[in-house]
Design a protein around this ligand. Sequence first.
Ligand code: NAD
Length: 457
Amino acid sequence: MVPVIDPAAGEPFAEVHMAGADECTAAVDAAAGAADAWAATSPRFRADILRRAYEAMTDQHEPLARLITRENGKALPDARAEVTYAAEFFRWFAEEAVRIQGEFRTAPAGDKRIIVTQHPVGPSLLVTPWNFPAAMATRKWAPALAAGCTTILKPASETPLTALAIAEILVAAGLPPGVVNVVPASPAGPRVSGMLHDTRIKNLSFTGSTEVGVALLHEAADQVVRTSMELGGNAPFVVLEDADIDDAVQGALVAKLRNGGAACTAANRFYVHAAVAMEFTEKLTFAMNGLRLGPGLHDGVDIGALVSVAERDKVAALVDKASSSGARITTGGKIPDGAGAFYPPTVLADLDPTNDLLANEIFGPVAPIVTFESVDDAVRLANDTPYGLISYVYGQAFQDAFAVADRIESGMVAINRGTVSDPAAPFGGMKESGIGREGGFAGIHEFLESKYIAASI
Ligand code: NAD
């Protein structure tokens, strides 16, 4: 058994059994045993189950949100938004399950018909992080189940309870035995590795750090297992000279502080045109300073705890190092007294573009600001990272903002807004931020493979 810690109190509030190697094998047995029958169900049957799961998650919205806050630490409004977002994947993929398309056409030479059909790839291993314990699970479960794949989900050991609760919802919605299996497992490496090397596993969908993703890509290569990788980010937030600064500050708060900054999509580097940098910094400092930090379940709290004291200390060390190398702290920057993994909203101004902080995924409520003089410089700085998940651009002349969005190397770009996430849109990264897309029309194809049939008719 492993304790689940409430990061706001710094104390355990539940215990979860961690699967050993034998239990992981049993999960693969179950997923493999159910695979053919599940693949043979009708799309409408699968869609109806997903739709019922959407409705049940919506009915259980508040208790699920409270559970997320309890084990993850995020403020309740963030947890509520996550449940809504997470449930929407069930609704979207209920709708996608019945729209899987094939092809039928005549070959250019006229000698045959080209028929392309789609098939579930097979038992899929899903590995998820702690920062969105509901949404990262449903973003994988929903397309996998819609496509006709059975699944084994390994949640992060910090936040296993939410995934277990949603699995119960799926079972109650009518999933046959063996289709959804959840294996909290620690140590994660050997357990995931064992399952990944079982030849019955046909697909790996991973969300987490680039470091672990790279290791798993190597392992998946051993048996040519299909992979989808949603990895780390280092999002630039570019404020052009003509941006509406009040709007940009509002967008910055959303892009930076969703989940207390513990999001792969979190704005991580603010590049602000020199002409508006002082106004932006002052207004962002004022807004960040006005936010309430505290236990996520308390009324009126804007920013909850980080997931663990270790994560909090990592954020604090990054800020300390940046400030000792020239960054100016305009608000925050100090761990508050008392229990809990809290770190205050922090703004760092006057950063040199080479400051080491900018190369790190901060994963906390810290906004470093760098000024730029020309749009070319802004684009160069924004792209100066191995990551490419998401970027934000603020500017009133749409064609200029769009031109920047077009040149930035990331899988997603937000123009004049602080969020992009939408189950109906393709979420994913370029460069070392990942391979594949979740959500949108693309998401179901991560769990399907095509078969080309050449027919003389
Ligand atoms: P992590 O990589 O440490 O862990 C992710 C998952 O992998 C967890 O379930 C963990 O137990 C498991 N794991 C850890 N080591 C493993 C190993 N050696 N072999 C197999 N599995 C292993 O990431 P985290 O700290 O939980 O989450 C934060 C990271 O996730 C950040 O880098 C963030 O950007 C990224 N993330 C990306 C997205 C996205 O969509 N691109 C979304 C959310 C989080």
